[in-house]
Design a protein around this ligand. Sequence first.
Ligand code: BG6
Length: 482
Amino acid sequence: MSFDLVLFGGTGDLAWRKLMPALFQAHRHGKLPPGGRILGVARDDRDDEHYRRLMGERLQEVDPGKRPSAEEWSRFAERLHYRPMDLSQPKDYAKLRAWLAERDADTVVFYLATAPHLFPVVCEQLGRAGLNGDRVRVVLEKPLGHDLASAQEINRVVRSVFNERQALRIDHYLGKPAVQNLMALRFGNALFEPLWRREAIANIQITLAESLGVGTRGDFYDRTGALRDMIQNHALQLLTMIAMEPPPSSDAFAVRDEKLKVLRSLKPFTRESVLRDVVRGQYRAGSIDGTKVPGYLEEEKVPAGSRCETFVALRTEVDNWRWAGVPFYLRTGKRLAARDAHIVVNFRPVPHAIFPGALPANKLVIKLQPEDGLELHLMAAKGGAAGEALAPVQLDLDFDKAFPTERVGAYERLLLDAIAGRLNLFVRSDEQEQAWRWVEPILDAWRQDDGQGPKPYAAGTWGPAAASALVARDGFAWDEET
Ligand code: BG6
């Protein structure tokens, strides 16, 4: 299968930090269809050779294991091309069409790694140039809008040019191997499904913690904040995969129908429930792994006195028969104690004690990063003297060890899926809009907030104390506190 991949924003941060390394890895693993061309598009006037050199230099800055050798690079670089374009100019799209027509590839993927305000312009122009036929797919990077109305507007324009099967909205968390394993765990095994419900589960916790700060992205981040940056998309997508009903098939539309139902079942926020159930925080100076780090307000390009949240913890419920009354706690933040993304399914305690001592309840930990694995926490007899209390043990599964040669990174997986037209791991417009609908009352309440603002937390901690109190109120604790 031949393909052309056109990278709008071809010299931007995302292109060289994530997309190019991922494409190179796909090429190295022999997964990228041979002969496929990659065309970088940006404003600056440069030629193929210059672009290759630039990308070659940049790829030397990525993780050592992902850097190409000289020989690997020269083979990969043959795929790379460059065209300068003014994205508002129809004549530039006509030239792009001519370039694509030279080869008439089976599949053409337009990857929009530009600033989001350019999405409508680019889509409209692609449509006018007739670059929206059946063989074409368009990949849209987040952020897709900053609220429901702006997301709907982007989707309206995208829909006027491309159909839903052609428009692939990226949530790179869905490309992480651990997330695909969540589907495998739930629907490839009969073991957990009977327990996957309110009768057996006490609460579910989703933590997406980062130890990094906002770095040089202060201006972007300050307009975004943790709720829009991580909760509206990544955390909610994980929640849907945990809470969804078994779909009738693995067809992308069947899976996304079930995810959408979960989003529609989320308890809507009111102003009162936002005050009670949502905690926002902002990091102050502190230390991470023994190194002193500045507070958010001291970061580059962050406006003085900013009230942008760098941390959010919230409690919600999925109002349906399976989950009624089970709290779902979602938490994310920058400059937290560790880079650690995981989901904890806390089961209910045993109903009646026949062993001495308190028995911690079972839990299943789905680890997304830095490790990718599963832990099942159980109680066991140590085999010592009679009457001895039970002890906690855990079954620990490390997927990197179980499948050492198979693991591919999130962007590599998603780019290959985009080229092959596999839609399962992309977000449908109605899911995305429903997620905005659910998040908006929180944004509204914060806007109206009477001088409260985000609560400070020291860098290197797990966020403001109020986040612990949120969970403690229900008689539970975050995983690291147990
Ligand atoms: C992005 C956010 O979507 O996800 C970033 O915009 C965040 O702020 C990143 O750092 C986290 O991704 P990962 O894969 O490193 O956990």
